[in-house]
Structures are given as structure tokens and as C-alpha cells.
Design a binder for this molecule. Structure first.
Ligand code: G6P
Length: 251
């Protein structure tokens, strides 16, 4: 765990022989930077700040220290609660680590004007080999393909990886990642998330990321519980929204 970004860096349930999350060995732990791997919290916007306003890609939350509110432990595991205020928005992240991993992000509008909210729980899943996995649960869904000129398409069958892949799906259901190399299926459940983002940078983009070894793209896939683009949530004064993801090893 890191207070920096309210970031789950690593997680491996005691029943699993392998870590579930991918963490880059070149990740930089420094205020103002995002940690590469684990579950970065992108908040309160996804990608570029809306309205052409200046601000870092994927929001401010992942590169700042959060306040620790509480840590509790029971038979199911450990739960951390952390909070952060940005302008009129307050984020409260509840990170529950046990046999399952749940990240739940509540956003509250403390201000007097309505705010547009987007974001993502940008989960890096550790896998054996990118070309061998499939991502299920998205067949027949429309998505925005953001590789090259952004184009809307419909997903045909499970997602497979044959090159750079960056898709924003209209999707609020469950995802399964089949990984024959690690002999497991990962299940990703979502809450309050109208968009699912699936991302792998592939070789060329990975080579341009200083905090990721060049061939590391083969060993992870991002499946993100997101609120992206037109799916941004309108948050009136006093209103709250909960964005959540639960990751588990299904078999
Ligand atoms: O490198 P980062 O700022 O962490 O962004 C990593 C990636 O995040 C998301 O998956 C976006 O869909 C990608 O377009 C982006 O490249």
C-alpha cells in the first residue's frame, strides 16, 4: 500500500501462488509522479482534464499523498480508508485486502456548483504472456478504439492482444481474464462504472515509458473500472458517487 495515491501496489491472496497485480520494477515513488502498476486511482478526471483546463493526465489523485483516516483488521483482511480534497470535491478511498481485493472510491461534491466527474481504478493485472490471454465479458459491446484516429467499433468475441490496444467500452458488467500460462481466471467486478477500459501499450509505447522496462508489456494487462468521456457523472452540490472494483482469483 502507499499513501501516495491511495495506491494498492501489490496484492496476493494467501490461497494464490502468484501475485495478482503487476507492479513495474522501475516504478518511481515520488510525490508529483504516478506509481506504474498496482491500482492507480485516476481522479477526478480520466485522460485529459475536461474543458481544456490545465491539469495532469488522469487527474491529481495518483500523484499526491492522501490522508490516512483508518486501518482496521478482521478475519476477512485489512481495510484502509484514505481521503483527499481537490477543489470542491472530496475523495474517500476504501481499500480492502483479503481473499478478494476491493477498491471503492466515494466522491462527494462539497461545493455549491455541479461538477462533472470521471476517473478510473486503473488496475494492472499480472499475466503470464499478453498474446495468450483473453478478456471476456465484452463481446458485442461498443467501444471507442483510441489507437490511431479514435473510432467507434463493436467488440467481436473476447478481447485478444496482438498489438497496442486501448479501448474504452460502454460496459458496466463483470470481466474475466483467462490466463492459461498462470493457470487461472481473474474476475473483475465493478460498481458505479459505465466504462471499462482495456489497455496494453505494446513494445513501442512501452519503450517510451521510462518507468516500465521495455519488454514488461508482455506481463500485464490493464482492465479499468472507469467513468470516461461522455459517461462523465454530473455531481450536484452535496451529492456522492461510488466507483468500485473487486478483483478475485476465480480458479
Ligand atoms: O501512462 P499513463 O498516464 O499512466 O496512462 C496509461 C494509459 O491509461 C489508460 O489506460 C488510457 O486509456 C491510455 O490511453 C493511457 O496510455
Amino acid at each position: 500500500m502507499a499513501l501516495h495515491g491511495a495506491h494498492v501496489m501489490e496484492w496476493q491472496p494467501s490461497s494464490a501462488p502468484n501475485p495478482v497485480l503487476y507492479l513495474s520494477p522501475a516504478a518511481v515513488l515520488q510525490e508529483g509522479k504516478a506509481i506504474r502498476g498496482g491500482i492507480p486511482i485516476c481522479w477526478p478526471w480520466f485522460n485529459a482534464r475536461p474543458g481544456g483546463q490545465p491539469g495532469p493526465s488522469h487527474g491529481v489523485a495518483r500523484s499526491q499523498f492522501w490522508d490516512l483516516v483508518s486501518v482496521t483488521e478482521d478475519a476477512d483482511g485489512v481495510t484502509f480508508v484514505m481521503s483527499l480534497v481537490h477543489e470542491s470535491l472530496k475523495a474517500t478511498a476504501t481499500l480492502a485486502l483479503g481473499d478478494k481485493l476491493t477498491v471503492s472510491l466515494e466522491s462527494e461534491n462539497l461545493g455549491e456548483e455541479s461538477v462533472k466527474l470521471s476517473g478510473a481504478l486503473h488496475t494492472y493485472l499480472k499475466i503470464d504472456e499478453i498474446t495468450m490471454i483473453t478478456v471476456g465479458g465484452l463481446a458485442g459491446r461498443e467501444y471507442l478504439d483510441t489507437v490511431g484516429t479514435p473510432t467507434r467499433r463493436t467488440q467481436d468475441g473476447p478481447v485478444v492482444f496482438e498489438g497496442e490496444l486501448d479501448r474504452i467500452f460502454d460496459h458496466s458488467g463483470m470481466i474475466r481474464v483467462d490466463d492459461p500460462g498462470l493457470d487461472r481466471v481473474l474476475q473483475i467486478e465493478k460498481e458505479g462504472s459505465p466504462s471499462t477500459v482495456v489497455w496494453n501499450p505494446w513494445a513501442e509505447k512501452a519503450a517510451g515509458l521510462a518507468d516500465l522496462p521495455d519488454d514488461a508489456f508482455k506481463g500485464f494487462a490493464c482492465v479499468e473500472a472507469a467513468i470516461a468521456n461522455e459517461a462523465a457523472v454530473e455531481l450536484p452540490p452535496g451529492a456522492t458517487h461510488r466507483l468500485g472494483t473487486t478483483v478475485s482469483v476465480a480458479s
